[in-house]
Design a binder for this molecule. Sequence first.
Ligand SMILES: [Mn+2]
Length: 355
Amino acid sequence: MPKLSPEKLAHYKTLDRPAFDFEDESINDFFARSSAAGVRFDNAGFFPQSGFFQAPHKSDLTDVDIAIVGSPLDLGAIGLAGGRHGPEAIRKWSHVMGPFHDDSGNIPFQQCHIADYGDVPWSATDLQVRLEDIATVFQTLGEAGCATLNCGGEHTTAYGVLKGLSKANNDEAFGLIHIDAHCDTMASWGGDAVNDGSVFRQAVLQGFIDPERTVQIGIRGRSNFLWDFSKESGMTIITADEVFEKGVPYVLDKAKEIVGLDKTYFSFDVDGLCSTEMMATTGPEPFGLTPRQVRDMILGSYDLNIIGADMVEFNPARDPSGAFANVATGLYWELLNLLTNVRRRQNGKDNPTQW
Ligand SMILES: [Mn+2]
């Protein structure tokens, strides 16, 4: 029987370091600082810091780089209700994700001052009132100079976000990178003009986004006849089939050509993913993107001028095991890293989170 030599065994024993004592001093610094503030890295299930990814809850926006906000709204969903519980599910799963990003090597809480601003409060069961509530919150965040990371809620929440951010930026019309099975540019045939199937038509009509700087990725399904407005207004559609045929590098080149370096918003509807990997959504669609493709699109957007992002339409009502929340939260972590990288570059220095 081969044995390890005494020399090798002695060497391996020198490598057996205590927990939270790493070769990389910057990681030790982070753990020392965050552990003292009550951030936990075991799976005990009891987390003193209950914010997204254990971000501190803050309402004071002084010096905050990135504000994460839940928008628990499903009044605008044409399909299954329940998306209002999305922020609750994503927060829960986010507690065991992070703090390190394997691709960039960043610890977002070291590079940027990140806060969980809480959920947009419910003031009424009236969609128009709720959209104004969301717009008010995001206008406040935009005026405070924060990049924003919205957690829906269904896609109608993005209308409130874009309205608030546009107001905070002198009524600017933003570029848009939009991952989804659906273009969400349909006409209204009654009921609410803004709903989760019409949100981007309405956002154009109100001047919040520029259709010529909009790219919609992952589009497929049996409702393509609804998207005339996308084509006629000058949006670029990249279908799910094209993503598979031409690959993610093609998609990224095209997206960058379209949105350029002006201010751009990143909106991710989880039904852009194939329903084999994402049934926990209001309108699941087969034959869609893989989580890895979406991750690569987020990773490839670091050099753009992204002012805010969202993940919408996650619906825990179709997620009995939590498996889909795990995938969605992984992609939400990628979006936080996207905003971190963009903001870190703009700041030119680290601005660590203080708990
Ligand atoms: Mn959709």
